[in-house]
Structure formats: structure tokens, C-alpha cells
Design a protein around this ligand. Structure first.
Ligand code: SF4
Length: 187
């Protein structure tokens, strides 16, 4: 296969990846990249990683794990800690993970990369697209900028993750989002 036909998929969690990996593997030679230093506590990070392994085994897709360095991630996010979810705080978080994923794709010889981030209705596609394209350009590759929540993508990912017995997380990943989720429940 030509390098352009190989795609590295930044995967935020197994439930968002399930339907998407199944679809993309019909179009490309796919590998997944679990790079999420935003996820805390560590137990949650490891639990999501285990579920990613299960999904990748199911679809016979190689899985790479990135470095888990919440400190480096926090350095980027800390100035925006007082902002709510779906703000600049999250734009920086997308950018941080997309940049590392793009560099990993290029290092592995993949001509394309993308991310499961747009599967979630809580993520802003136009920002993911902007940051994905910026990161791809920096590494001389291409970002597949489809909005994967479209064409019923989110609903189908919920169905697929139920079918595979995966956990659907009740918070995005960082401790700030965990706190926000608790506050929402309390209201
Ligand atoms: S809510 Fe999600 S996207 Fe936003 S900063 Fe936290 S982990 Fe990142």
C-alpha cells in the first residue's frame, strides 16, 4: 500500500473508537494511537487503555500507546483552568494531542492521520479540523478532517460499544471535567 493509504487514528477512548475504527478499516490500513495524558486519575487512564486493547483486538488493528505525561499536558492547560468545557481550555487539549499524534504518524511512515475526537457531540469539529490540519502540515502529512459524529456516527458508536460491552465514560477525561460532571449531577 502507498503511505497515503495508511492512517493513524488518534483514539481518545474505546467507545468513541469502536464504530469509527470498523468503518475506517474498510477504507484504509489503520493503526490506533492512544495518546491521552489528559486522562486522570491514572486508574481511569489504564482502564480506557485496556478497553482500547480489546477494540483493537476485535478489529485486528495495531495499537500504539503514547507517553503518559499529565504534567506536560497540564503546562499547556493550566492558564485556562478557570474556563469551562468547550472553551479555549479544550482547544489547547485537542491541539496538544493532535500535534503528538501527527508527529507519531509521520515517524511511523503514515501519510494520513485523524482523531476520534469529533465522534463526541461535546467536541467542536471546526477546532479539531483547524488544529489537525495545522499539526499535519507541520509534519508533512494530511489530516482526514471528517466530522465523524455525522451520518449517525455518534449513535452508531454508542450501539457498537454496547455490542462490545465497553464502558461509556461519564466525564471527558481531565480532573476538571470530572469535577464538572459531578457538579452537573448534583444540580
Ligand atoms: S474537558 Fe476534555 S477536551 Fe477539555 S480539557 Fe478536559 S480532557 Fe481536554
Amino acid at each position: 500500500m502507498e503511505p497515503r493509504n495508511k492512517i493513524l487514528v488518534h483514539a481518545c477512548c474505546a467507545s468513541c473508537s469502536s464504530h469509527l475504527l470498523s468503518c475506517l478499516s474498510k477504507r484504509f490500513e489503520v493503526a490506533a494511537y492512544y495518546y491521552n495524558p489528559n486522562i486522570q486519575p491514572i486508574g481511569e487512564y489504564l482502564q480506557r487503555l485496556e478497553e482500547m486493547k480489546k477494540v483493537c483486538l476485535e478489529f485486528d488493528i495495531p495499537l500504539y500507546e503514547g507517553e503518559y505525561d499529565p504534567g506536560a499536558w497540564w503546562q499547556q492547560i493550566e492558564p485556562f483552568r478557570h474556563l469551562p468545557e468547550k472553551s479555549e481550555r479544550c482547544w489547547r487539549c485537542y491541539a496538544f494531542r493532535l500535534e503528538a499524534s501527527s508527529a507519531k504518524a509521520a515517524a511511523l511512515g503514515f501519510g494520513l492521520f485523524t482523531s476520534t475526537l469529533s465522534v463526541s457531540p461535546h467536541k467542536i469539529h471546526k477546532i479539531i479540523l483547524k488544529e489537525g490540519e495545522k499539526a499535519a502540515k507541520k509534519n508533512g502529512i494530511v489530516f482526514l478532517g471528517e466530522d465523524f459524529k455525522k451520518k449517525d456516527g455518534f449513535r452508531l458508536s454508542v450501539e457498537k460499544s454496547r455490542e462490545l460491552g465497553l464502558t461509556r465514560q461519564n466525564y471527558c477525561g481531565c480532573l476538571l471535567s470530572l469535577e464538572e460532571s459531578k457538579n452537573r449531577k448534583a444540580r
